[in-house]
Design a protein around this ligand. Structure first.
Ligand SMILES: Nc1ncnc2c1ncn2[C@@H]1O[C@H](COP(=O)(O)OP(=O)(O)O)[C@@H](O)[C@H]1O
Ligand SMILES: C[C@@](O)(CCOP(=O)(O)O)CC(=O)O
Length: 312
């Protein structure tokens, strides 16, 4: 048995802001994927994954008992498959901000949900919101509060634009220019991040009036402008505004940036070779980079591994 593939995602813009109603833009990232699978001779990884699925199945049982109107599953098949060794065979790194638990949630919903909303039907705003709500509650098993956006992106495999909490839509993004000099890339911090403590730090910071003002007048403002620039293919403005965003993040989201990356973050701003921003909740995992000139960014970051995700 091997199920369909579910992909990783990248939240290009909107981390933290979407908790406070900024815009957000998430795109599928097809470099990594995962699928439900059974194997005769499971590896240690498969055994660990199976164990995690077992607890997830119990959680879903409670969820559907508590909220039968939200979603129900074919629990008998799910439990039976878990008993007979099913696991999530995935190349998506865990705790890296590219949605490993989101892809898993999407795969489970796809295979076991009753009356599921499918990708093929007309996805009205109401249906999208309903799906996001289901996914949010399913995914909260893995890291507490979840917006449900990761599984939604993985399930639909199309870019999603968040206009506000209750207003989301699927969207197109400008076609890549494969020989373009400009690029969006991932920088591997080599550290596994944890989502929940980062969100706690953010929530704590929100108690401060100055932080709230910075968020509204700078962070959310530049996030929203960057998304507009990106969607309209205005890459010149995008680069200028990611520079502003990069500065705001370095000055105000330090706990979310591993310490050994503070200097190269600043170096990008000083040299204009690249601009860094958070990729998801931060604290490790990937850092997202934007550059007008990929070769220059590569030379400047020669000691690091870059993965290009989009060229323009
Ligand atoms: N292949 C897998 N099999 C079982 N559980 C997985 C798998 N991949 C991810 N998970 C679960 O998802 C958690 C990581 O999700 P999360 O904290 O949301 O990080 P991220 O989504 O940034 O990768 C893991 O701790 C694990 O419980
Ligand atoms: C920090 C946050 O805004 C983005 C998600 O981060 P991550 O991809 O789970 O690391 C949290 C959320 O909106 O669920």
């Amino acid at each position: 048995m091997k199920g369909p593939l579910f992909y990783s995602k990248i939240l290009l813009f909107g981390e933290y802001g979407i908790i406070r109603d900024s815009k957000g833009l998430a795109i599928p990232y097809n470099f990594y994927n995962g699928a439900l699978k059974k194997s005769e001779e499971p590896s240690d990884e498969a055994i660990a994954s199976n164990k995690s699925l077992r607890s997830f199945a119990s959680y879903l049982e409670v969820l559907q008992t508590q909220q039968p109107d939200l979603v129900t599953f074919d629990l008998e098949s799910l439990k039976n498959d878990v008993e007979t060794g099913m696991y999530f065979d995935s190349s998506i790194p865990q705790g890296y901000g590219v949605g490993s638990s989101g892809a898993l949630v999407a795969a489970i919903y796809d295979k076991y949900a009753a009356n599921k909303i499918t990708v093929l039907e007309n996805l009205t705003r109401e249906k999208l919101l309903h799906l996001k709500n289901i996914f949010s509650q399913m995914e909260s098993f893995f890291h507490g509060k979840s917006s449900g956006l990761d599984p939604l992106n993985s399930y639909l495999s199309i870019p999603i634009l968040i206009n506000s909490k209750d207003n989301i839509q699927t969207t197109g993004i400008p076609t890549q220019s494969v020989d373009g000099k400009g690029a969006v890339f991932l920088l591997d911090s080599g550290i596994v991040g944890e989502t929940a403590p980062m969100i706690s730090i953010f929530m704590e910071s929100l108690k401060d009036k100055g932080f709230r003002a910075m968020l509204k007048n700078q962070f959310v403002k530049y996030t929203d402008i960057c998304i507009d620039n990106f969607l309209h293919g205005d890459m010149k403005s995008l680069i200028g505004n990611t520079k502003k965003l990069s500065k705001v993040v370095l000055n105000n989201f330090k706990p979310m940036i591993p310490e050994q990356f503070h200097a190269i973050w600043q170096q990008g701003i000083d040299t204009n070779d690249y601009y860094l921003k958070l990729c998801g909740s931060g604290g490790g995992g990937y850092i997202l980079g934007f550059t007008e000139d990929l070769e220059r960014a590569k030379a400047s970051l020669k000691d690091y591994k870059l993965e290009v995700v989009y060229q323009f």
